[in-house]
Design a binder for this molecule. Structure first.
Ligand code: PMP
Length: 369
């Protein structure tokens, strides 16, 4: 047998359906302006940092014990936040939390997808949806968007009737294109879908459209709304995603969640961060205004910009997106090549970061448009 260091992945008894796949991975490069993962560019304010540190210190005193497996206090806090944000009454029974909304989505497919089942999404959309489907051995059914990346809802509803997916993903606002769907469109999709619909609202706080949470009372037997503290909440490093759904959905997820999946430190830190929600979310308005400013400046420089309701914009039309991505990197600006020919996605940063991006864009435009 070869030494451990010489063993290659091909030598391992890896599942056949995982062979040859590449893991999800945005490059984590140490460059001055990082606009590639849709984070909030503003670091947490000192009083939030102090509150998190205090809460974590307190939790550290009982680290010899397992954490609250049901994360009830945190779910109560999330319910209070989401009720306040949407005007929809919710309790801890409607909320479930996990290590990022990626884990939420994985638990959903573990429970409602799996071998012999299908999940459908409207592409281009969040690339982890098909990856999580693959990991849970759920067959992935890609469905199209229009050429301008908007969703033809009438056609989408027909496809749901035709394909009968067990789980449908609707991302609103959509990553990486930025468009969001009004409530009537979401209702129509959920009503047409024979199975469950997951509305992935990772960027909901940036959107001008109401949350799908408003449909839960009516459609809770087939609707799950997935959210995260990674974007507007400036808590990407804390890893906290959550969902709102009928209590029965939350009960079903208990069958697949790992016991004690949310550490005591995570629960304590997330609760502390939620206490500062108002201050943190004040950045949302600034970022939305900056998004519109960046979009307008780009249009003026000859780029085509997809209208965005999120904290990023999809920009084109580059002759060669990969070469343009490198040209930005050469100028100290990291953006995202999401694999859409001729396009790159850029996260809205601080005004200074956006200026650096726009300055680089003028140069990149000269060579790469
Ligand atoms: N959904 C969408 C649409 C996203 O863009 C992201 C992050 N890129 C996520 C879910 C997952 O984020 P997290 O696990 O940090 O909550």
């Amino acid at each position: 047998a070869p030494a451990a260091g010489r063993v290659r992945m091909e030598d391992l008894p890896l599942r056949a359906d995982l062979r040859g796949r590449t893991p999800y991975g945005a490059p984590q490069l140490d460059v001055p302006v990082r606009l590639n993962t849709n984070e909030n560019p503003y670091p947490p304010p000192p009083e939030l940092v102090a509150d998190v540190a205090r809460a974590v210190e307190k939790a550290a005193r009982t680290l010899h014990r397992y954490p609250d497996r049901d994360a009830l206090a945190l779910r109560g806090d999330l319910a209070a936040y989401l009720s306040g944000a949407t005007g929809v009454p919710l309790t801890a029974a409607n909320l479930w939390a996990a290590n990022g909304s990626n884990e939420i989505l994985q638990q959903i497919l573990q429970a409602f997808g799996g071998p012999g089942r299908t999940a459908l999404g409207f592409e281009p959309s969040y690339s982890m949806h098909p990856i999580i489907a693959a990991g849970t051995r759920t067959e992935w059914v890609p469905a199209p968007r229009r050429a301008d990346f908007s969703l033809d809802v009438a056609r989408a509803a027909e496809l749901l009737v035709e394909h009968r997916p067990d789980v449908t993903f609707v991302t609103s606002p959509n990553n990486p294109t930025g468009q969001s769907l009004p409530l009537e469109d979401l209702r129509r999709l959920v009503e047409s879908a024979p199975g469950l619909v997951v509305v992935d609202e990772a960027y909901a706080e940036f959107s001008s459209q109401p949350s799908a949470v408003a449909l839960l009372d009516e459609l809770g037997h087939k609707l799950i709304v997935s959210r995260t503290m990674s974007k507007a909440f400036a808590f990407a490093g804390g890893r906290l995603g959550y969902l709102a759904a009928a209590p029965a959905v939350v009960d079903a997820l208990q069958l697949v969640r790992l016991p004690y999946h949310l550490s005591a430190l995570t629960q304590a830190a997330a609760r502390a961060a939620l206490r500062h929600a108002e201050r943190t979310l004040a950045s949302v308005h600034r970022l939305s205004a900056e998004r519109d400013r960046v979009a307008e400046a780009l249009s003026g420089t000859g780029f085509s910009v997809v209208p965005s309701d999120a904290n990023f914009v999809l920009v084109g039309r580059f002759a060669d997106a990969d070469a343009a991505w490198r040209a930005y990197l050469d100028r100290g600006v990291l953006v995202r090549d999401v694999g859409i020919p001729g396009h790159l996605r850029v996260t809205v940063g601080t005004p200074e970061e956006n200026e650096a991006f726009l300055a680089a864009s003028k140069e990149v435009a000269a060579e790469h448009l």
